[in-house]
Structure formats: C-alpha cells, structure tokens
Design a protein around this ligand. Structure first.
Ligand SMILES: Cc1cc2nc3c(=O)[nH]c(=O)nc-3n(C[C@H](O)[C@H](O)[C@H](O)COP(=O)(O)OP(=O)(O)OC[C@H]3O[C@@H](n4cnc5c(N)ncnc54)[C@H](O)[C@@H]3O)c2cc1C
Length: 327
C-alpha cells in the first residue's frame, strides 16, 4: 500500500489554494504508485461533511477530520501522526509556507522520517515517490528518495496546481485525537488577512520595497507612510527574506519566486540586491536604493543610490514630499 496523506488548511469555510494543489498532486502521484490520496483537516464545526467531502473533487478519497485548533502546527502533527500510525500512509505531502514547514519538521521528528522542503516536482519511480528540489540558486535540481516507512514531501508555495477530477466525493472519517500536552500550549487567538495582502504590486506606478534592513516588521509602517506621501498609484513591496520572516505578506514579494514588476519608480529600502530579487525588478524605469552599506550589490543596478541609515533618510523623504505637495 502506498497511500499519500496531505494536510489541508482552511479559513472561513474555504480551503487554501496551496493545500488544494497538494491534494491534486498527492492524488495524481498516489495513483501512479497504486495508492490513494487521503487528507487531514483540523478545526471546529465549520468543517461540515459537505465541505470535507468536497476534497474528493481534487482527488482525495478519504478525509480524516479532527476537532482541534486550526492554523497551529503541533495539533496537526498529532493528528497526522495518529492517522499514519493507524492507516500506514507511505508519504505525507503538503504545500509549503511557514505552517507547512513547521508541520513537516514536527512530523519528521515524531516519525523519524526523511523530509524534503521547497519541492517543485514529485515523480513516481519503481513504485516509490521521489521529490525534486532546486538547489544552488535554482541552477541544479537535487532528487530525494526516501528510506523507511514514511517520506515527507513539502512543496514550494503554490508549486502544485489545484486540478479538479471528475465526480469525486471523499469519504469523511472522524478522528478522535488525544493531543500532546505541548500541543495545547499555544492558542489561536485571532486569524485574519495580512496587512497588504490585497495590494496589487504588479499594477503600481511607484513601488516602495523593504528588506531585512528595516530591522523589524514595524519598519513597514514607515514605508507605508512613504507610499502614502507619494499617493496616486503607489504600493509597498518586499523581499523574500522578510516575507519568509512573516514581516509582510507573500503577495507583496518581488523576485524569482515572487512577482515581476516594472514600475516607473522602484525605491528599495534596506535591500541588498540579491540576484533572485533583481530578476523581479530590474526592468523598473527608475531604480533608487537606500542602503547603509556602500558596497551593497543593489547600487550596481540603481539609477540613484543613497548610502545611509533608512531610519534617518525615509522620514526626511516623507517630510520633503509632503512639503513639496504643500501639506
Ligand atoms: C531559490 C531562491 C529563490 C529566492 N527567491 C527570492 C525572491 O523571489 N525574492 C527575493 O527578494 N529574494 C529571493 N531569494 C532570497 C535572496 O537570495 C536574498 O536572500 C534576499 O533577497 C535578501 O533579502 P534582503 O535584501 O531583504 O536582506 P539582506 O540580504 O539581509 O539585506 C539587507 C540589507 O539591508 C541593509 N541595511 C541594514 N540596515 C540598514 C539600515 N538601517 N539602513 C539602510 N540599509 C540597511 C544591509 O546593508 C543589507 O544590504 C531567493 C533565494 C533562493 C535561494
């Protein structure tokens, strides 16, 4: 038996697109190795029979539903470990993102299983799954094969496309889980849309991009003030380093694994100018960079470079723009 278990995140009665992609991928690959795709969902009364069985439309044949705190890693690890112990799935496959990485690490430790993260493709080979992951700045592909009873495969965010299949409706199985003591130490107090998640950075004329040089998530408030001072069609964007750190939404990420932008003005604050960032913004009409390190690579492709501390320069820039606009 070579079944694949996925974890499906949900919010306000809808499944997450990244997770649905993992179900589709899990179903397609499981079929190739003679197995089925099963899904785990964790939550409260909002997980109705109808909602859970709708995962069948993406290829899941069984949905294991557990009552518990949604959006936290440890309870999900408890549920997945129990389902795997009882049903013996050979692979756990789910979408990346901060939660996915945390669950993957927790499950790997719990089950003493091999884990591969940032996977972009999964293939069937001799009745087993192998995971492909880019390395060395995406110039090479590394292939992971798994030993033991369980292999854990975590996709790069949105690496797998959500595809519907004909007439699928999954069987819903309730799972009674006794959560580990530490799993209940954290509590989900509130969930909501991240600030800036709806921003259209691809359509903006003026983009103020922030990086790790902002020092802390609150640094983005300064950049939002700057974008506000410019007014018009301006927006705030970010590097991958800061979106991975949870400082700003993924929707605002520029670069190789983010969005490609070409605004009239691109202003970088505290961004080093790594090649993976550059490929997403190099066609901007005017590039301005503020960086305290005169040797930062971003100055090599900037039209105007300002060497200095952004915490001193950006407030002065906001004042100057406001003064110029007469208020
Ligand atoms: C496969 C792969 C894909 C990737 N995809 C992307 C992608 O799509 N987009 C992306 O952005 N990155 C991507 N990266 C990551 C990329 O390699 C860099 O790590 C990232 O872009 C660095 O982000 P940063 O410039 O915010 O941080 P850092 O490189 O840490 O730079 C911070 C900069 O801030 C400056 N600074 C610090 N304090 C101040 C201050 N007070 N005032 C002014 N300047 C200051 C520093 O001098 C430094 O230059 C990818 C990496 C890999 C391996």
């Amino acid at each position: 038996m070579a079944d694949v278990l996925t974890y499906v995140l949900h919010y306000e009665g809808e499944f997450n697109k990244n997770s649905l992609g993992a179900v589709s991928e899990g179903a397609a690959r499981a079929k190739e190795i003679g197995g089925e795709c099963h899904a785990v969902v964790v939550g409260g009364d909002d997980l109705t029979d109808e909602l859970c069985s709708s995962l069948g439309a993406y290829g899941a044949t069984k949905v294991f539903r557990a009552k518990g705190s949604e959006g936290l890693a440890q309870p999900v690890v408890d549920v997945m470990a129990k389902v795997i112990d009882e049903h013996g799935q050979a692979y756990a496959l789910f979408g990346g993102g901060l939660l996915g990485f945390e669950i993957g690490a927790g499950l790997a430790a719990r089950k003493h299983a091999g884990v591969t993260m940032e996977v972009i493709a999964v293939k069937a080979e001799d009745g087993k799954l192998v995971a492909e992951r880019p390395i060395l700045q995406d110039s090479q592909i590394s292939i992971s094969r798994y030993k033991g009873d369980l292999g854990i495969i975590i996709g790069r965010i949105n690496a797998f496309e959500a595809r519907t299949v004909d007439g699928g409706s999954a069987e819903v199985v309730d799972v009674d889980v006794e959560y580990s003591a530490w799993s209940n130490q954290a509590e989900m107090v509130e969930r909501g849309e991240q600030r800036g998640a709806d921003v259209d950075i691809e359509g903006a004329n003026i983009l103020i991009a922030g990086g790790r040089g902002l020092g802390k998530p609150e640094g983005f408030e300064l950049l939002e003030q700057l974008a506000g001072a410019f007014g018009g069609n301006s927006a705030v964007a970010a590097t991958r380093a800061v979106v991975d750190a949870g400082w700003y939404p993924y929707a605002a990420q520029i670069g190789q694994t983010g969005k490609t932008v070409s605004p009239k003005l691109y202003l970088a604050a505290g961004i080093s100018g790594a090649i993976q960032h550059k490929v997403g913004m190099q066609s901007s009409e005017n590039i301005v960079a503020i960086n305290k390190d005169a040797g930062a690579p971003i100055f090599e492709f900037s039209d105007l470079g300002v060497v200095g501390d952004l915490n001193k320069i950006v407030p002065k820039l906001i004042e100057a723009i406001k003064a110029k606009k007469g208020g």
